[in-house]
Design a protein around this ligand. Structure first.
Ligand code: LLP
Length: 432
């Protein structure tokens, strides 16, 4: 019935998440409110891990891309599931380490890591620094030498694969700011250089072709291209790269019409491709890393808002304003992202009207959805926007000096705050 398994409707006709009544949660913790379901997060993690066990003999690691949703509690859950973690900034690294996440299972990404961030990663002995470009390789090598360390690296490579997704979240083709190009020989030169450098240990290659992808073909193709590159490195440089990181990007169901590929099918298909290409090219089967973000956090979240003013403009449209908007969910204004939503206190009733849900920011484009079907809506209702666990809290801002909402985690029937709601005092905390 809903886009996520953790959602249901109570006997009183209220939307529930993880068995908890969303109207009670909104009353206890206030709105806007992000609510996450721990079971849903853990079950996604376990499905990914099981798919590697079943299809690839367990010779792989699922690393959660923490940019999708990062806070200490999320890092604790991912650590507890025995997974790896992808971080893309000093802030994400600090969050992970302060939650006690094992540094050896952290992969540090980014197309322009600062020298301070590289020093931080080296100091903490992160598992892998995913080097994006030759400047970074040289810098890292010098810094490692200075501290007497050896940096374990992987290279971010653009496989030249076009993923069928929104232009802003495509990353695999040559015209991308991320990674080293294959076509121009840049990636090969980087590998050659890395092999000549002391203090650098080349362990793997990495690619990530985009996000919210529904097809398997681009993933298969990028695995083939990457293995082709690994074979060339073996043949011409006599070095066999042992780790292949295929990135994340697996799409989720935001609206009922979305039909994402099951991870099990993805892993089955990609494992078969890897097996076949390795046999053809005489390569050992590499250790596989995958980096799902959205598909782990996204379906586990809902955002709850209070409905304020309703403006019916005859012959034009009806605006339903809520007490949040682009500051807590910038995905509509950025990508015109579609969401399924409903009136949580009228969840069992049919949806009878098409409305535009507007946020409260000083910006006409601050919408959560246009032409969305909702139950008969009145002031004071609670609106639930579904599948908002990924790239909502993590991309939230204080625009208009709005304090960021709290994040509540529901687990085993209990609800606890994992990120406190900001106060006005928090908003001015760094002002001098
Ligand atoms: N690995 C790398 C290197 C990435 O850059 C990303 C996402 C992931 C893994 C995780 O991808 P996922 O499984 O979550 O699709 N803000 C956009 C999404 C940006 C994705 C950035 N990179 C959105 O809200 O749709």
């Amino acid at each position: 019935m809903f886009v996520s398994d953790c959602l249901s409707v109570s006997e009183t006709g209220h939307l529930t998440i993880g068995g908890r009544d969303t109207i009670e949660l909104a009353a206890s913790f206030g709105t806007p409110l992000y609510v996450m379901d721990e079971e849903q997060i853990r079950s996604a993690c376990r499905r990914y891990k099981a798919s590697i066990d079943e299809n690839y003999g367990g010779r792989g690691l699922v690393t959660y891309a923490s940019k999708a949703f990062s806070c200490k509690e999320m890092c604790r859950i991912i650590a507890d599931e025995g997974m790896g973690l992808d971080v893309v900034s000093g802030g994400e690294l600090h969050t992970a380490l302060s939650a006690g996440f094992p540094a050896g299972r952290i992969f540090f990404h980014g197309n322009n890591k600062t020298p301070e961030e590289l020093a931080f990663a080296l100091r903490e002995n992160v598992g892998r620094i995913v080097v994006d470009n030759i400047y970074e390789l040289e810098l890292l090598s010098q810094m490692a030498k200075g501290t007497g360390k050896t940096a374990a690296i992987s290279f971010r490579i653009k496989p030249g694969v076009d993923a069928h997704t929104h232009d802003f979240v495509k990353t695999g083709s040559i015209d991308s700011k991320f990674g080293l190009a294959l076509e121009t020989g840049e990636a090969f030169d980087a590998v050659k250089m890395a092999l000549s450098l002391d203090n650098i240990r080349l362990i793997g290659v990495h690619c990530h072709i985009g996000s919210q992808i529904f097809d398997i073909d681009p993933f298969e193709l990028s695995a083939e291209v990457m293995l082709g590159f690994m074979a060339r490195v073996k043949d011409e440089l006599g070095y066999e790269i042992g780790e292949l990181n295929l990135g994340g990007g697996f799409g989720i169901k935001y609206i009922p019409e979305h039909d994402p590929v099951e991870y099990e099918r993805y892993m089955k298909t990609v494992s078969a491709t890897v097996r076949k290409v390795c046999a053809e090219k005489g390569l050992k089967m590499p250790f596989i890393v995958i980096e799902p973000g959205r598909s782990i956090a996204g379906p586990a979240g809902v955002t709850l808002y209070k409905v304020g003013g309703i403006k019916e403009i005859p012959g034009v449209r009806t605006y339903v304003s809520v007490d949040g908007g682009m500051a807590d969910n910038p995905r509509y204004i950025l990508y015109e992202a579609e969401y399924d939503m409903l009136i949580a206190n009228k969840a069992a009733r049919p949806k009878t009207q098409a409305v535009t849900v507007a946020g409260r920011c000083c910006e006409s484009g601050d919408l959560i959805g246009e032409n969305v079907m909702l139950q008969d809506v009145s002031v004071g209702d609670t609106l639930a926007v579904l599948a908002t666990g990924a790239y909502n809290y993590s991309m939230s801002s204080n625009y208009n000096r709005l304090p960021k909402p709290a994040v509540v985690m529901v687990s085993g029937g209990e609800a606890k705050i994992v990120v406190k709601r900001e106060t006005y005092e928090d908003v001015v905390r760094n002002d001098l």
